[in-house]
Design a protein around this ligand. Structure first.
Ligand code: NAP
Length: 315
């Protein structure tokens, strides 16, 4: 039986692993099908403190992993399908690894890209529909692409895609963008980017060779039209990866784990949550790393029997 298991290997999980390994807690880290998390899908990270000229996302994650390994964290590949917190030790059912017992658990499973759920979308993933410009942008060299969304992700991906595509069209359902001013200004100043504002996507149009267009509706005039395109990048936010918890941990109505404010404690003693799986407000690499550190310290105190909070407090 392990003392502490960490689920997920984004900045939150890996920071927790570094702290717990360094405290000689011998954490077992379970990585799913996207080791390193969302930062492995990005290019340059310009705002992680300590890197004057920025750092590539995959390199940052690789370094964090090596740092955790250096102190003795043990990494295992697997997929948790169920959890049992009814008695100690807690039990996890893990595809590929069987049952794992642990005294405490850190949930840092992050969040996954949302889809539009419109006709033609799912069946054309990999045939022109993508949720990751960094992964798939290269395939659209010299082509025309659409980005759906009006947040920072959409702006960032649109700018990134202009390195490859001949034209990038941002389709957003409102007239105002949600993105921060600096990101908006960057996109507005990019002459390869054009705008289709106040348009809701209705259907992905595709032929034998993949995507050919996106049908949209103007939310003011209600007129429908098809925008010709070779690719559609969906950048409309994320959903927390909590379905495997099967309701055993309290979440809000959108699936984000509830923690006692100012801590990483969940409603189950000894189970802690950090990173994007419990954060729908900040969602930055540095905040994820910060809460990863908090989870490690909370778990350490719990294992030493010094729980700071009143567990009867309901979440
Ligand atoms: P977000 O801020 O939640 O924006 C999602 C966008 O998608 C919104 O514009 C939203 O429209 C639109 N949308 C949502 N559902 C839709 C649907 N069904 N159909 C059409 N449009 C839909 O998500 P995000 O851009 O992924 O950013 C998430 C967080 O990460 C933010 O805190 C952001 O600041 C941060 N981030 C930061 C950076 C950076 O600083 N470099 C880069 C990326 C992300 P409405 O506006 O109408 O709701």
């Amino acid at each position: 039986m392990g003392k502490v298991v960490i689920l997920g290997t984004g900045p939150a999980g890996l920071t927790a692993a570094i702290y717990l390994a360094r405290a000689n807690m011998k954490p077992i880290v379970i990585e799913g099908d996207q080791p390193g998390g969302q930062l492995t899908l990005t290019t340059e990270v310009e705002n992680f403190p300590g890197f004057i000229d920025g750092v590539m996302g995959p390199e940052l994650m690789d370094n964090m992993r090596k740092q955790a390994e250096r102190f003795g964290a043990e990494f295992k590949r697997g997929w948790v399908t169920d959890v049992d917190f009814s008695a100690k030790p807690y039990r996890l059912q893990v595809n590929g690894l069987g049952e794992i017992e642990t005294e405490s658990l850190i949930l840092s499973t992050g969040a996954s890209a949302k889809l539009l759920n419109i006709p033609g979308e799912k069946e054309n993933i990999g045939r022109g529909v993508s949720t990751c410009a960094t992964c798939d942008g290269f395939f659209f060299r010299g082509k025309k692409v659409i980005i759906v969304g009006g947040g920072d992700s959409a702006m960032e991906e649109a700018n990134f895609l202009t390195k490859f595509a001949s034209e990038v069209i941002i389709v957003h359902r409102r007239n105002e963008l949600r993105a921060s001013k600096i990101m908006q200004d960057r996109s507005r100043g990019n002459e390869k980017i054009s705008w289709e504002l106040n348009k809701s996507p209705l259907e992905v149009i595709a032929g034998e060779n993949g995507v050919t267009g996106l049908k949209v509706k103007d939310n003011e005039t209600k007129e429908e039209k098809v925008i010709q395109t070779d690719g559609i990048f969906v950048a409309i936010g994320h959903t927390p990866n909590t379905s495997f918890l099967n309701g055993h941990i309290n979440t809000d109505e959108t699936g984000y784990i509830n923690v006692i404010p100012g801590t990483t404690e969940t409603n189950v003693p000894g189970v802690f949550a950090c990173g994007d799986v419990q954060d729908k407000k900040y969602r930055q690499a540095i905040t994820a790393a910060g809460t990863g550190c908090m989870a490690a310290l909370d778990a350490e105190r719990y294992l030493e029997g010094n729980t700071v909070h009143d567990w009867s407090k309901s979440l």
